[in-house]
Design a protein around this ligand. Structure first.
Ligand SMILES: Cc1cc2nc3c(=O)[nH]c(=O)nc-3n(C[C@H](O)[C@H](O)[C@H](O)COP(=O)(O)OP(=O)(O)OC[C@H]3O[C@@H](n4cnc5c(N)ncnc54)[C@H](O)[C@@H]3O)c2cc1C
Length: 304
């Protein structure tokens, strides 16, 4: 049953019609648990609260189904506006971006131009930009584009997904350019041909990749809510005397708030991924697919 629900939510996440419908009617059916608001003003309020609690943020202006140059440019403009807002409010926040929202499916050159505008503006404000990793079909293009940007900019990082077989090789390639990497398990539905089908293998690969990266002396964003993995990595960090300045824990807004606070109390750096915007449907469906038990939150909200 869980697998069926998982596939169902993954299917909905990619459905443009549902996305449009949700934009019109759906904000109240539980999305606010995972999304900080539909406007930048609402998001800034949430960022301030998190900062006061000792948590930094990476802000994501949500945008999916970008199919024209004009939409990609408009989305780029919104990302620059988001940077302006972070700067003006003087909050502690990075920016996370998805390359498909910046036109990757339309033309890699257009996308490069758009992402460069964002990274360049961010550099002026001393804001770090993280390029999220999307599904397998975009993986190589994302890495290529990141490598290109990294030649000019220090304020840019990438994400690697532990569920892909190829990630170890990707890490090796990237290690030479001292990347700041966020490690995640991976949120998209991928075939057995490209991704480990078993969770245990994904978890093992996750731990392996993070350790390898840290031992290489590079900065890691350890993005997981998996308490067992976090405990194992904490032991490793102590054993190998890895300084707390070399890594941070990252979690998603609305998930394991208790664990986020506990890590802050223990003196670790914690950053929360805060999505905002009207295009929240795909993101929300991916969160439900990761944990179908969350559906009960939706049901409760519908009947409230
Ligand atoms: C900061 C951050 C950035 C990310 N960026 C990307 C990215 O760029 N590309 C990408 O593919 N993926 C990204 N992800 C998503 C990631 O790939 C996983 O899908 C997601 O984090 C769930 O995996 P997990 O590591 O938390 O472990 P899991 O084994 O899935 O979960 C461990 C525990 O965490 C809790 N949990 C996990 N998910 C949920 C949920 N949705 N609702 C409630 N509780 C939950 C549960 O207690 C669960 O038992 C990101 C995740 C984080 C935290």
């Amino acid at each position: 049953m869980e697998a069926v629900l998982r596939n169902f939510f993954q299917f909905l996440a990619k459905n443009k019609r549902m996305n449009q419908w949700a934009k019109k009617y759906g904000w109240h059916v539980g999305a606010r648990r995972f999304v900080a608001g539909e406007s930048i003003e609402q998001a800034i309020v949430k960022i301030k609260q998190l900062n006061e609690d000792g948590r930094s943020v990476t802000l994501d202006h949500l945008g999916e189904f970008v199919t024209s140059e004009e939409e990609a440019r408009q989305f780029t403009y919104m990302c620059v506006k988001t940077l302006d807002a972070i700067h003006a409010a003087n909050v502690s926040s990075h920016l996370s971006v998805k390359l498909t929202s910046l036109g990757l499916d339309i033309s890699p050159d257009l996308c490069l131009n758009n992402v460069e505008n964002i990274v360049c503006k961010a550099q002026e404000y001393q804001i770090f930009v993280r390029i999220d990793m999307e599904d397998y079909s975009h993986c190589q293009m994302t890495i290529d584009l990141f490598k290109h940007l990294r030649k000019t900019y220090d304020n840019v990082g990438i994400v690697l997904q532990a569920y892909l077989y190829r990630t170890d090789k990707d890490w090796e390639q990237l290690a030479t350019i001292a990347p700041n990497i966020r490690f995640v398990k991976g949120a998209y539905k991928e075939s057995d041909e490209v991704a480990f089908p078993n969770k245990a293998d994904v978890d093992e690969n996750y731990i392996y990749l993070v350790k390898q990266h840290l031992l290489h002396g590079q900065y890691a964003a350890i993005a997981t809510h998996d308490e067992q993995i976090i405990s194992k990595l904490k032991e490793f960090l102590v054993e190998r005397e890895i300084k707390r300045e070399q890594f941070e824990f990252q979690m998603l807004y609305g998930i394991r708030d208790d664990l986020q606070k506990r890590l802050v109390d223990e003196g670790y750096r914690v950053r929360v991924y805060v999505p905002y915007g009207t295009d929240w449907f795909g993101y929300y469906m991916r969160r439900l697919s990761e944990r179908p038990a969350n559906v009960w939150f939706v049901v409760k909200n519908v009947f409230k």
